[in-house]
Write a protein that binds this ligand. Structure first.
Ligand SMILES: [Zn+2]
Length: 333
């Protein structure tokens, strides 16, 4: 009998006999997409052609439609599953569980015919991700190093709101982040009643519409950056918030006030980069202690740390062995 879980060289996380998560595998009839971030979509076109079913939440399907535009995963083999909706394949039960990461994100649980519970967390953040009891656990390792800790996490939202509120009195503020995170920031600012227009390019606008369709509340003043109204506000340096993807940060004029929203910040909730640029440590991943907490409470008899998607899988596996006395190895090697 082979191992019940592994990670292939191309990043497919194999669970049980039938499931490949976040990568294509010739040997597995089912492909599961945990969420719409690009490092979890590799081989998706092949899966859409060749897998028997491609499984994801409805929100993830909608997000991929926009993010990967014009490519749309609406092939006959796409099968959407709600959280905790049962799906049986041969003798295996497959369920998606909620993950607090971006809209639509899921953990993938396979229970095989021997009753072994095999799970891939995908990307997640403690404390709002439910911790699932497992026998074999495959866990993300983005912040898998003991230095990657954010003890100040509870202050980050307030710091972000204060920074934006102060800055937007003087004029426009540009915020940069990744898909999903950008909309989380909009929601935080909307809930804090930051009452200026939110301006954004089309792709971010469409992702925001999807987030609202699935229940997020982003406010009523979302404007396309190409619209007449937004263009006029930008010309006059009015007070507004501009929302852009991290990748377009070099295309936005250097002398505007900017805030980068990124988990890669451990010195404090907010760091000044220069007079008009700040980094705010809002993360959608667990820090090192969050990862350890998941493992400890999930009580697996073995752990695989995802060594395909960057982060610190080797160190995390070592720390799990040392601190929790649970066998753990990074894969692929
Ligand atoms: Zn992600």
């Amino acid at each position: 009998m082979g191992p019940k879980a592994t990670v292939t060289k191309r990043g497919a996380v194999l669970l049980g006999k039938y499931v490949a998560c976040d990568g294509f595998s010739e040997a597995r009839p089912l492909r599961v997409v945990t969420h719409a971030h690009s490092d979890h979509l590799s081989g998706l076109r092949t899966s859409l052609k060749r897998s028997e079913s491609v499984i994801m939440t409805p929100a993830t399907r909608d997000l991929i439609n926009v993010i990967e535009n014009p490519f749309s995963p609406v092939g006959e083999n796409v099968r959407t599953l709600e959280y905790e909706e049962p799906f049986e394949y041969e003798a295996d039960d497959i369920t998606l569980h909620y993950s607090d990461h971006i809209l639509g994100a899921a953990q993938v649980l396979v229970e095989d015919e021997e009753g072994t519970r095999i799970l891939f967390t995908g990307d997640f953040r403690i404390p709002y991700t439910p911790i699932i009891q497992t026998d074999v656990l495959v866990i993300e390792a983005t912040y898998g190093n003991p230095y990657r800790v954010r003890p100040f996490q509870s202050e980050v939202k307030n710091v972000l709101v204060s920074l934006v509120e102060e800055a937007v009195k003087q004029g426009p503020v540009y915020l940069f982040g990744y898909h999903g995170k950008i909309q989380e920031v909009m929601q935080i600012l909307h809930e804090a009643k930051v009452d200026v227009p939110f301006i954004m390019p089309r792709k971010i606008f469409r992702i925001s519409e999807i987030c609202e369709k699935y229940g997020m509340s982003l406010g009523r003043r979302l404007l396309l950056s190409s619209s007449e109204e937004a263009q006029s506000m930008m010309r006059h340096d009015d007070s507004f918030l501009g929302f852009y993807h991290m990748a377009s940060r070099r295309h936005v004029n250097d002398d505007v006030f900017r805030i980068y929203v990124s988990g890669w910040e451990f010195s404090g909730p907010c760091r000044m980069i220069n007079n008009n640029a700040f980094r705010v440590a809002l993360s959608s991943h667990s820090d090192f202690y969050g990862l350890l907490q998941y493992v400890e409470m999930s009580r697996p008899s073995m752990v695989i740390t995802d060594n395909h998607r960057g982060g610190d899988a080797v160190v995390l596996a070592k720390e799990i062995r040392k601190r929790l006395k649970i066998p753990a190895e990074p894969l692929p090697r």
